[in-house]
Ligand binder design. Structure first.
Ligand code: FAD
Length: 423
């Protein structure tokens, strides 16, 4: 495990503990998957269930990337509301994507049940909370667009939102009953366990160091082994390591950090999120909060914890917590960690056509449902030769100029906001 993950709550409380040996020697397979997050593990599971031989290689440990660091909100869609998706992709492709993603939480929760994944699943929905009266405008727009495509979302007025969150700091909320929360590391490890049980060969501490193609065969090299396969899925997303023979698609890395209280006493848990919905807000520099199974409140905001301005993020977090819940103003926040989100310029995920393989990236902060859906679909498309099951048509190329400049813009914005914000 990379050293920064030791402080991640999900790594401290995970009940799923599969471990996989490093790849040694030469192997052959129908499909090789690179990256052990939601995308890669769901692809490996689907391929194995289809009867294919599949090897998955992970550079570190399962869930070391975004999948083991995230907030755990299982959403039924992307960050963009449906009409904005249609404006980018066209009405046909956009509506199909929104409809497929509407079913993504069901897909995730069904996999959890089917494979008995111990990941603290809560299916009581999520609350997108208005951080200020102006935030309600955004929620009304989202509500109208989501209702228009048949989503069972409800707009809650301020009093109802206060009752549901237990916080007087919210000004209304959009409730999505299809959504929920999970312990994200446990979910991805559970997918890996299920994939192995279905016959997939998984290898940790096995970074791909070189990729090449010989006719219709992919060759993937690792420090101690190699795999030859007909099909390839690159599922390395924001955590792509450099390797010879392959340039990972550019994304805008945006950081997000979190920390957790100790388990809250029962009287507080009767007031704070009594129905255990996961929450995030409408602020431009967004925050999120949710409970875990033990009753810890996990709170987060945009920003990285590894640069000279990170102290500003850390000192803002207890102020935010106290603004949301004055009863928690003395609460200790522990287990600080952060992770890297892969954004695209359009805030939409992409599938890159590698001719005999796919690379998938850019869920833009919504990867639990989408990653599970895209990973599953990519395996199916490659093994059946029918790409119509893909949620979006694959693109032949991708470029994103000024990605690191854009990343600096987000980080600077978050740091300055946390500097001046008293809540
Ligand atoms: C802090 C944070 C909060 C988030 N909150 C949410 C949320 O609440 N809800 C939600 O839906 N989404 C959320 N997301 C987004 C979501 O976590 C990601 O979109 C998702 O995890 C991406 O999954 P993935 O499998 O594509 O990539 P990852 O999980 O990042 O996996 C990529 C893997 O590839 C491996 N790898 C890289 N290079 C190599 C190589 N050369 N060889 C072998 N392996 C390699 C990495 O080690 C890594 O494990 C959040 C993300 C972050 C960072």
């Amino acid at each position: 495990m990379t050293s920064d993950l030791a402080s991640c709550l999900w790594h401290q409380t995970c009940q799923e503990t599969p471990a996989f040996e490093e790849l040694t020697g030469e192997a052959e397979a129908d499909l090789v998957v690179i990256g052990g997050g939601f995308t890669g593990c769901s692809a490996a599971l689907k391929a194995a269930e289809m009867g294919a031989s599949v090897h998955l290689i992970e550079a570190d440990e399962t869930g070391s990337g975004g999948s083991g660091r995230n907030v755990g909100l299982v959403n039924a869609g992307l960050w963009l509301p449906p009409e904005d998706i249609n404006a980018e992709l066209g009405a046909g492709t956009g509506s199909r994507l929104s409809q497929l993603l509407a079913g993504a939480p069901d897909m995730v929760f069904s996999l959890i049940t089917k494979h008995a994944i111990q990941c603290e699943a809560e299916t009581g929905g999520t609350l997108h909370c208005a951080h200020a009266p102006a935030g309600m405008k955004d929620l009304q727009r989202r509500h109208a667009q989501l209702r228009a495509i048949g989503a069972p979302v409800q707009l809650l007025p301020r009093d109802d939102a206060i009752q549901r969150t237990g916080s007087e700091a919210v000004h209304g909320a959009l409730f999505d009953p299809r959504a929920g929360t999970i312990q994200p590391l446990a979910f991805v490890r559970g997918l890996a366990r299920a994939a192995a049980r279905a016959g997939a060969q998984l290898h940790e501490h096995s970074a791909a160091t070189a990729i090449s193609r010989d006719g219709s065969t992919w060759h993937v090299a690792t420090p101690k082994g190699s795999i030859r396969a007909k099909h390839l899925i690159m599922a390395t997303n924001a955590y792509a390591r450099s390797l010879s023979g392959y340039a990972a698609p550019q994304v805008i890395p945006v950081h997000y950090f979190q920390a957790a209280t100790d388990p809250l006493p029962a009287p507080l848990l009767r007031q704070i999120l009594p129905m255990k919905e996961g929450c995030w807000d409408t602020a431009l520099v967004m925050s999120s909060w949710r409970l875990d199974q033990a009753g810890r409140l996990i709170i987060g905001g945009m920003g990285a914890l590894d640069h000279f301005g990170s102290a500003l993020h850390r000192s803002w977090l207890p102020r935010k917590l106290a603004a949301l819940y004055p009863d928690l103003k003395e609460a200790q926040l522990r287990s600080h960690w952060h992770g890297r989100i892969a954004m695209t310029a359009e805030h939409l995920p992409k599938i890159l056509d590698l001719q005999g393989g796919f690379a998938c990236f850019g869920y833009s902060g919504r990867g639990i449902g989408p990653g599970t859906l895209f990973g599953t679909a990519m395996a199916e498309a490659l093994l059946t030769g029918d790409s119509t099951c893909l949620p979006v048509p694959p693109v032949p190329d991708h470029s994103l100029p000024f990605a690191s400049l854009r990343s600096t813009y987000y980080e600077t914005g978050a740091t300055l906001t946390h500097l001046i914000s008293n809540r």
